[in-house]
Design a protein. Structure first.
Length: 58
């Protein structure tokens, strides 16, 4: 019975899974920021080119 308790205590003290979840969370936040920036830049470039050559975006 002690062995089961020791195994369970070791499982609770293991933080490797928490670290990988934190890295995944950070990566998802970075990708959301990149997606927002690319969308904003694309919209502004489309507006700029539409002013240079009317009807280009259609």
């Amino acid at each position: 019975m002690k062995q089961i308790g020791a195994s369970f205590a070791g499982f609770l003290s293991d933080e490797r899974g928490a670290t990988s979840i934190e890295y995944a969370f950070i990566a998802s936040l970075v990708s959301i920021v990149i997606l927002g920036a690319v969308t904003l830049i694309g919209t502004r470039l489309n507006t700029l080119f539409e002013g240079v050559v009317p009807g280009l975006g259609k």
